[in-house]
Design a binder for this molecule. Structure first.
Ligand SMILES: Nc1ncnc2c1ncn2[C@@H]1O[C@H](COP(=O)(O)OP(=O)(O)O)[C@@H](O)[C@H]1O
Ligand SMILES: [Mg+2]
Length: 275
């Protein structure tokens, strides 16, 4: 069993209500999850189910109304200011790589920034780290002088992954990192993330809505609905033998390229449990 890296304990998060008479409904309510070092916890659910809110709380972009979040032995929810070490250890990649890359910067500037902040200002060290990181994500080191506009969506997501890896994090929060990509690019990026995990031992909190795809990246899967945890368990078990009707419905609603998987997804929950 991997050493525990992240623990979310009975967390409830509400956004401020928008009007005088509207009571704010929690976006996340009583959610508890754990993630081991070097492992992937997939969080899957429909749009609006609270996935991004969980991600923002872990990144400490949001506070919690109740409950606690722990990273290693540190209580993240108790930070008054987010310490620099936490920014280094916990990185993020987002759905829209275009919006998260500064269009005025070269790829080298983008990937070098976390190295400058967290490691060193030495120009030759930075240059060699940037080349190493570009190679690691399947891009040519010669591409470092170009700007994001010169790249496709999948290549931009590779750049986002290289930037996230630059500070040598132990956790990357991946908020729908492949949802904006076409299906064939989705699988190459998922494979890349799996390779990177094998090479570096980084853990992922991997958020998505496609249960069939999430199964390929996750060691454990958590299903959320209306801000609450519906089901959590080993990925293969949640996928093949969902215990909750909501998970089975989510699976049936997931289109899949693999005809075998698709057939199973479309079968009823009882039939799926026995196959
Ligand atoms: N900034 C915000 N202000 C108010 N409500 C929000 C805000 N962001 C999200 N919400 C609400 O919180 C709930 C969960 O949203 P979110 O965490 O973005 O879900 P998901 O990522 O699963 O689509 C939704 O009902 C959404 O409308
Ligand atoms: Mg979201």
């Amino acid at each position: 069993m991997a050493e525990e890296l992240l623990r979310i304990e009975d967390v409830t998060i509400s956004y401020p209500s928008r009007g005088w008479f509207t009571r704010s409904v929690p976006a996340v309510e009583g959610v508890s999850l754990t993630l081991g070092a070097g492992q992937t916890l997939g969080v899957v659910g429909e749009s609006g189910s609270g996935k991004t809110t969980i991600a923002r709380a872990v990144l400490r972009l949001l506070g919690c109304q109740s409950g606690r979040i722990w990273f290693k032995d540190h209580e993240v929810t108790a930070f008054k200011r987010v310490p620099k070490w936490y920014r280094r250890e916990v990185q993020a990649i987002f759905q829209d790589p275009t919006a998260s890359l500064n269009p005025a910067w070269t790829i080298e500037d983008i990937i070098a920034e976390p190295i400058r902040v967290h490691e060193s200002n030495d120009a030759s060290l930075i240059r060699s780290r940037v080349s190493e990181l570009l190679t690691q994500v399947g891009l040519e080191p010669e591409m470092a002088s170009r700007r994001p506009i010169a790249f496709s969506g999948g290549q931009r997501q590779r750049i986002g992954i290289a930037r996230a890896l630059a500070s040598r994090p132990s956790l990357i929060v991946c908020d729908e990192p492949v949802s904006a990509l076409d299906v064939s690019t989705q699988s190459t990026i998922v494979n890349l993330l799996n390779d990177v995990q094998r090479e570096t031992g980084v853990a992922y909190l991997f958020i998505g809505h496609d249960l069939a795809l999430m199964r390929h990246v996750s060691d454990r899967l958590a299903v959320v609905h209306h801000g609450r945890l519906v089901e959590e368990g080993p990925a293969e078990q949640v996928y093949s033998a969902p215990q909750q009707a909501y998970t089975a419905d989510l699976l049936a609603a997931t289109p899949s390229l693999d005809p075998h998987t698709r057939r199973r997804a479309l079968a009823g929950p009882a039939e799926r449990k026995t196959c």
